[in-house]
Design a protein around this ligand. Structure first.
Ligand code: ZN
Length: 211
């Protein structure tokens, strides 16, 4: 089925959301020859921990997406203020509509429509508006999801899992968060893999599926 999806777009409200939600999937799709675009909507300059330069997340997302195999030209950075996406909803929608016209993706990854983070909710809602005619899979961020339907799995091996872990290690400014630990990332991949009799997997919520 994935063979039909040659152009993939990952919507990441903040720079590391795409790596957390679908880092191993990105790595697998790129190895299979798919073109993957990664759009990040905020560098969260207001939330950077003390001692780091304001633009640290720009440096880190460039490194992290490179680890996953994303072509640097396919990393698209927007500079919305963190926690302010709701106020910028229309501008974000217009950026997404433009992305759709320019890239014509046939598979879009985004946060869950039930994700509790206010910026994630905006990207999910506006993403659905902009890409309503495209296959949309929502990625899992368990610390933000009260409900999540485990209805689509993508399996992978050690190579992809290690790339996901290495990509997330690039975010040195964010390493204090407990879900950034290698133990958690491995544990979740094992959990999702176990549900489908595979070694590792990432899980997605199907919003739209165009076959
Ligand atoms: Zn986020």
């Amino acid at each position: 089925m994935l063979n039909h999806n040659s152009k993939v777009l990952v919507l990441a409200p903040h720079t590391d959301d795409g790596e957390f939600g679908c880092g191993a999937t990105i790595s697998r799709l790129i190895q299979e020859g798919k073109k993957v675009f990664y759009a990040a909507f905020s560098l969260a300059e207001e939330s950077v921990p003390k001692g780091y330069p304001k633009n640290v997340l720009e440096t880190e997302v460039k490194k992290a997406t490179k680890v996953l195999g994303v072509d640097p030209d396919n990393l698209l950075i927007f500079r919305y203020k963190v926690r302010n996406f709701a106020q910028e909803r229309q501008a974000i929608l217009e950026d997404l509509v433009k992305l759709n016209m320019e890239l014509l993706p046939d598979l879009v990854f985004m946060p869950s429509l039930n994700d509790l983070h206010q910026d994630h909710t905006t990207i999910a809602n506006e993403g659905l508006r902009a890409f309503k005619k495209t296959t949309i899979l929502c990625y899992e961020l368990p610390w933000n999801n009260v409900v999540f339907s485990n209805n689509c799995f993508l399996k992978f091996g050690d190579t992809e899992l290690n790339k996901k872990i290495d990509a997330l290690k690039c975010y040195k400014s964010q390493h204090s968060r407990n879900y950034a630990s290698e133990e958690f990332i491995r544990g979740l991949a094992v959990t999702r893999g176990t549900q489908i009799g595979a070694r590792y997997a990432e899980v997605f919520e199907v919003i739209r599926m165009v076959l």
